[in-house]
Ligand binder design. Structure first.
Ligand SMILES: Nc1ncnc2c1ncn2[C@@H]1O[C@H](COP(=O)(O)OP(=O)(O)O)[C@@H](O)[C@H]1O
Ligand SMILES: [Mg+2]
Length: 266
């Protein structure tokens, strides 16, 4: 289970010169402004459920997931994974998480299997265990025919599966995916949904799955629990049905727009 409470994070960003102002000389400090990427985000993601962070571009989804993955630290707030404080103990948190970031760097000269085995070894599996794990993942992610191919030249869908297999190399109980269907065609998208739904169930490991997306249909098809994120804040949470009821809309797009942009008012 993942529990995030009152997360906040801002970035310093260099701003352009104001129009009409004299150009900045090399010895003058750059004008810096603060970008509040995440202002106040709280949510709980349970095991055996797919939790979706749904929000427009720039809402703060990637920043939230990067903090969860221990890549950057928060300015405020807490993150617990199975009760472990991830900010204080990033390694213990990471051992429980498989993370598919929006940048899916694979080693192009390695085969899909070698990519998976390499990551499994980094997580401390023996060579034999790692090879076995690659076979299991080949089956689970419907990618057996890909395993012995070098990843250079893989299609988007094939790259995504390999990156996901790599993220699952150590059989983590928590799976975090940032916009996983970006750039995938309809068949690859459906394959990914099938895989995530399988991972969620007891046979697939009863995983705690968190995805971010800006696509409403994705959430409707996939997510048991939805956290609507806008302007760096979590503004509403519940199942798709609950959010529909709360807004008295019959269409989830209308419900989402109301929750994300109209302050929740009907
Ligand atoms: N490293 C960074 N430096 C400056 N601004 C950033 C940085 N990362 C994110 N931001 C800003 O924070 C906001 C939220 O970004 P992000 O978390 O990527 O949103 P999302 O993933 O929901 O589209 C955006 O306005 C973005 O420009
Ligand atoms: Mg993003």
């Amino acid at each position: 289970m993942i529990r995030i409470e009152h997360l906040a994070r801002s970035f310093k960003s260099e701003s352009a010169n104001r129009p009409g102002a004299p150009p900045r000389r090399w010895w003058q400090p750059a004008r810096r402004t603060s970008v509040h990427a995440v202002r106040d985000i709280s949510f709980t993601a349970e095991n055996g459920r797919i939790t979706g962070l749904l929000g427009p571009n720039g809402a703060g989804k990637t920043t939230t997931l990067r903090i969860l993955a221990g890549l950057i630290s928060p300015d405020a707030g807490t993150i617990h994974v199975d009760g472990i404080d991830v900010v204080a103990q990033p390694a213990a948190g990471l051992a429980r998480m498989g993370i598919l970031s929006d940048a899916r760097g694979l080693y192009p000269r390695l085969t899909a299997r070698e990519n998976i085995v390499y990551f499994a070894r980094l997580h401390g599996l023996s060579r034999e265990q790692a090879e076995q794990r690659a076979d299991v993942l080949g089956e689970l992610l419907e990618m057996k025919p890909l395993l012995e191919r070098r990843t250079a030249g893989f299609s988007q869908g094939e790259r995504m599966k390999t990156a996901l297999a790599r993220a699952l190399a150590h059989d983590p109980s928590h799976i975090v995916l940032d916009e996983p269907t970006n750039g995938l065609d309809v068949l690859a998208t459906r394959a990914l949904r099938r895989i995530l739904l399988r991972l969620r169930t007891a046979e697939g490991g009863n995983k705690c799955i968190v995805i971010s997306t800006h696509i409403m249909q994705e959430v409707e098809k996939l997510c048991d629990h939805v956290v609507v994120v806008a302007g760096g804040r979590s503004v509403a949470a519940g199942s798709v049905d609950e959010l529909l009821q709360r807004t008295s809309h019959s269409n989830f797009e209308d419900a989402f727009v109301q929750l994300a942009f109209d302050g929740g008012a009907p």
